[in-house]
Write a protein that binds this ligand. Sequence first.
Ligand SMILES: [Zn+2]
Ligand SMILES: [Zn+2]
Length: 315
Amino acid sequence: MGPKTTLATPTESKDGIDYLTSIPFFVIHALALAAIFTPFKWWYPLLALGSYYVRMFGITGGFHRYFSHRGYKTSRVFQFFLAFLGEMSAQKGVLWWAAHHRDHHKYSDQPEDIHSPLQRGVWWAHAGWVLSSRYDQLKEDRITDFTKYPELMWLNKYHLVPPTLFGAVLFALGGWPVLCWGLFVSTVFLWHGTFTINSLSHVFGSTRYRTTDTSKNNFALALITMGEGWHNNHHFYQSTANNGFFWWEVDATYYVIKALSWVGIVWDVRTPPKHIRDSYLEPEVVTPQVDNAVSTAVAIAAVKPPTPATVLPAA
Ligand SMILES: [Zn+2]
Ligand SMILES: [Zn+2]
């Protein structure tokens, strides 16, 4: 061990990327690059794109809006399907993911927030924290509403099963090229697409609502993440099935959830009450400095009543 370094924040102590356990992460990037040397067919990129958005829904509609925030209800069978679909994106276990995400909202941009770009920089918020073994443990007490399901606990423990099976099916269907584009190329984009919400959407974009964090609304990020780019909306009012609060805020995840509700697969789809949705922060209002993490409820109570004239489309 070298001499001790003085660190800027408490969370930085004995912490960092574990390069040994991160080898698969880098190997999969290399396998994705191997697509350049693979005989090309026009539909391979389409396959990668399809694989990207279907699995992205597993993350956004499943891991995030269902398991983390309970924005809607569904059956035990479809709940398992959502967990499986999300895990096909190789972002560790469903309960691990959702428990950490609940903490992100609880401590947004405070020292306890393990992926805050404000606290630890954009690269750490983007991928560094995922590659650190320090956060591998499932925080069961954060997600007791789902740990009672043994099938979810099993899936959470054996989270490599879904992506491995997915890869095996792709290989059986079309050999190496289909595996390369459908899994490796697609997964690399899927990882970085998802990670932008922890990194870039706390840096770039507009702020509609007064929150106690740096969350932003960002149209481009909403397109690549099926609506998660409306992150300032989401931090303001979390427990909804939609993150785009207005019709012009493209939110593909919500459209899929809505369609699933029409055929009875999901129900009790939650959206923000109108008076909360319309409670904009007026540009001239000076936001008081908030020193400690406070709940969204406090932020909601602090905002002004609806003022439709100030409604501005977020860029
Ligand atoms: Zn969230
Ligand atoms: Zn956030």
